[in-house]
Design a protein around this ligand. Structure first.
Ligand SMILES: [Zn+2]
Ligand SMILES: [Zn+2]
Length: 343
């Protein structure tokens, strides 16, 4: 019998009677991380890795019924041993390891293999069956080292500031925004953030992650000369809204793994695209899968068919797992985020 199966509510562990990142409300949920396609409201009970507590409560409500477990610590539930291991995706993100009857399964959630200083780096976990994401599961997705991307952003910001132009950088407000804030050169000019970003910044700062000082964009007047030297971090949903009027003449950019695809920047209607993702690229996915030593791989959200085919060619027992996970940078999530911003 499989330790994890796909059910209409989400991935389900029959032996332990709990769901993993369910997309419909359930009795007992185990949550890998706080992105909205994985952590949803309405579950009666939540279990998550301790470093993710602040983000989960900020997103889902301070009063959710949440039990936390430090990375690596084991919890016995209905004969199933559960433990969380760093996924390197965003603050508190975890892979879930399940052991039952001598068999080990690991559900990756979302993960990234390049370490950054805003969350605990990805740690491969040995298992028999690995449930992997495949958001960027195509050979065209290969990331440059993040230092190079930050250097590009710095250069763009500096050039704009020299021309008295504000720089508006769109990126997802949970994880990507903080990674950028941590990585850029804050001496170039003032940094302003959208109202959707600052509460998340606070959680990161409370967790001991260094972020440079930020100002609420709405608190700075359009006439203030500092506006023309500023970098403004905003969620994609702010683009095209009246919120943008305050910046006068500005250059805009978008930071996302999807910027690797020709045409995405133009479709987004921005001046610059920066290829920066919190997900593993193609070599990262293959490396992570190999490190687990798993003979069986279940593939969720993303380029499922391509990755499954590739793994089968490598002699692995690979198959697709039907889920309703999306990607935080995709349009559907932008709309969800937009609704949050407006409320
Ligand atoms: Zn995610
Ligand atoms: Zn995801």
């Amino acid at each position: 019998m499989d330790l994890v199966i796909s059910r209409p509510e989400g991935l389900y562990c029959p032996a332990g009677d709990f769901h993993i990142d369910p997309w419909r409300p359930v009795e007992r949920s185990v949550i890998t991380h706080a992105h909205s396609d994985h952590a949803r409201a309405g579950n009666r009970h939540y279990l998550a890795a301790s470093p993710g507590e602040g983000l989960l409560r900020t997103r889902l409500g301070q009063d959710i019924n949440l039990q936390t477990l430090p990375y690596g610590e084991r919890l016995l539930h209905h004969g199933v041993i559960l433990s969380f291991h760093p996924a390197g995706h965003v603050l508190g993100s975890a892979q879930l390891r399940l052991e039952y009857g001598g068999e080990v399964w690991v559900a990756s959630g979302d993960f990234k293999t390049e370490a950054d200083n805003t969350c605990t780096p990805f740690e491969p976990v040995r298992c028999d069956t690995f449930i992997t994401e495949s958001t960027f599961g195509l050979p065209i997705y290969r990331w440059q080292p993040q230092a190079q991307v930050f250097a590009e952003i710095n250069q763009w910001w500096q050039a704009n500031a020299a021309q008295d132009k504000a720089s508006v950088l769109f990126c997802y407000s949970l994880g990507k925004a903080q990674r950028i804030l941590h990585g850029i050169d804050a001496t170039i000019g003032p940094i302003l953030v959208h109202g959707a970003v600052e509460p998340i910044n606070q959680v990161y700062r409370d967790a001991g992650v260094y972020l440079p000082p930020t100002l609420h964009a709405s608190e700075v007047k359009k006439s203030d000369p500092m506006m023309r030297k500023a970098l403004i971090i905003a969620p994609p949903s702010a683009g095209g809204s009246s919120w943008m009027n305050r910046f006068g003449d500005y250059s805009d950019g978008f930071a996302s793994g999807w910027m690797r695809v020709r045409g995405t920047r133009r479709r987004r209607g921005v001046d610059r695209g920066f290829v920066l993702s919190d997900h593993a690229d193609w070599p990262g996915l293959l490396w992570a899968i190999e490190q687990t030593g798993a003979e069986r791989v279940m593939v969720t959200h993303g380029s499922v068919a391509t990755l499954v085919r590739h793994l089968r060619e490598q002699g692995l027992d690979a198959r697709a797992f039907d889920t309703e996970y999306g990607d935080e940078d995709e349009a559907v999530t932008d709309e969800r985020e937009h609704a949050e911003v407006l409320s």
